[in-house]
Structures are given as structure tokens and as C-alpha cells.
Design a protein around this ligand. Structure first.
Ligand SMILES: [Zn+2]
Ligand SMILES: [Zn+2]
Length: 188
């Protein structure tokens, strides 16, 4: 069975070097859908609490929200950062609070203080799915990701890797010691 969560990401990007309007800087509301599969956790009678999937995903993906997403060879990166620096917001601002961990992966580097994500490849809906899976595969049993942005949409299925032990009272994943971070339940 699957538990499914959906949330929005507002972002700006462009397809550097692409022959079309998308080579100009523009923005989207992206809709991210993440499907998690496992057995139904008896006790709570659910696969995984959807608000917990959203919380785990959002803790990392919020770096993409109200962010500028540019490919690493795009000259706009230095142009924009020059302006941010002159304005004094490159290394953060009191109003820049929706900050996740400054991750660095094979596919992208996040600079949350500047609300910038620098990607290896052009950030298409397909690219966003690959990035999301890379960032969350160890945290959630993801079997499908769908990302829709404007008229563009893509989805990818992934094989289930393992069953995650969950709390029979809260439904959340237990830590390595078999403890629930919410209610303190310990698996015997
Ligand atoms: Zn676009
Ligand atoms: Zn619990």
C-alpha cells in the first residue's frame, strides 16, 4: 500500500542555452507528489503519516522554495550574487528564515542563505525528480515521484528497497535503537 503527499514549491529558473522562451529567467509553482510504499503499520493502520512524509521532504526541499535554481555554468549566477552582495542579502537576511540544510550532492548544491540552488544539469521537471530521489531515498521508502510545473509534468517509479520499522502508536519511523522520537515507544 502507498501513502501519498503533495506540496508546492515556488521557484525561478531558466534553461541556459535552450532554444526557446525558457532561456529567459521565469518562475513557476511546482507541485511535488511523493509516494511511499510499505506494509500497513498495524496499530495506526497506515503506511506512513502523510504529514510526516511532508515534514521530512520539506526539511530538505524548502531550499528550492522561493529560490533561484540555475545550472552551474550559467553566468546569471555571478550576476545575481553580485547584486545580492551589494544589497547585503547574499549571506542571509532576517526575513530569510525558511532555510534547510546546505546540502551538496552529485546533482546539486544548495546555498540557502542566498536562496540559490546550483544544479549540474538544467532544472527540468525530470531533473527535479532525480534530485528529490537523491536527497530523500535514505529517509523515505519512495516508490514514485511526480513533479508538475506549468504545462510540464514527469513521473518516475522506483523499486521499494526495504520495510521501515514504525511506531505502532504514531506511525513515524523508529530510530536505529528502535525508539519513537514522538511518544518514546521502544521496540522490544
Ligand atoms: Zn520553467
Ligand atoms: Zn510513537
Amino acid at each position: 500500500m502507498r501513502s501519498i503527499t503533495t506540496f508546492q514549491l515556488q521557484y525561478a529558473h531558466r534553461f541556459y542555452g535552450f532554444c526557446g522562451e525558457a532561456q529567459y529567467l521565469h518562475g513557476h509553482t511546482g507541485i511535488m507528489t511523493i509516494e511511499v510504499e510499505d506494509c500497513v503499520n498495524e496499530g495506526v493502520n497506515m503506511v506512513f503519516p502523510c504529514n510526516e512524509i511532508k515534514k521530512i521532504a520539506w526539511s530538505v526541499l524548502r531550499n528550492f522554495d522561493h529560490a533561484l535554481i540555475l545550472r552551474k555554468d550559467d553566468p546569471l549566477i555571478s550576476a545575481v550574487l553580485d547584486v545580492y552582495e551589494q544589497q547585503g542579502i547574499m549571506d542571509g537576511a532576517p526575513q530569510n528564515q525558511n532555510i534547510g540544510p546546505a546540502f551538496r550532492t552529485e546533482l546539486a548544491d544548495a546555498y540557502p542563505n542566498s536562496r540559490l540552488v546550483v544544479t549540474k544539469e538544467t532544472m527540468t521537471v525530470e531533473g527535479m525528480i532525480r534530485l528529490t530521489y537523491e536527497l530523500l531515498r535514505d529517509k523515505l521508502n519512495i516508490v514514485k515521484i511526480t513533479f508538475t510545473s506549468g504545462d510540464n509534468s514527469a513521473s518516475q517509479e522506483f523499486g521499494p528497497h526495504k520495510s521501515i520499522p514504525r511506531c505502532p502508536y504514531c506511525g513515524v519511523a523508529l530510530n536505529e535503537k528502535g525508539e519513537c522520537y514522538k511518544c518514546g515507544y521502544v521496540k522490544k
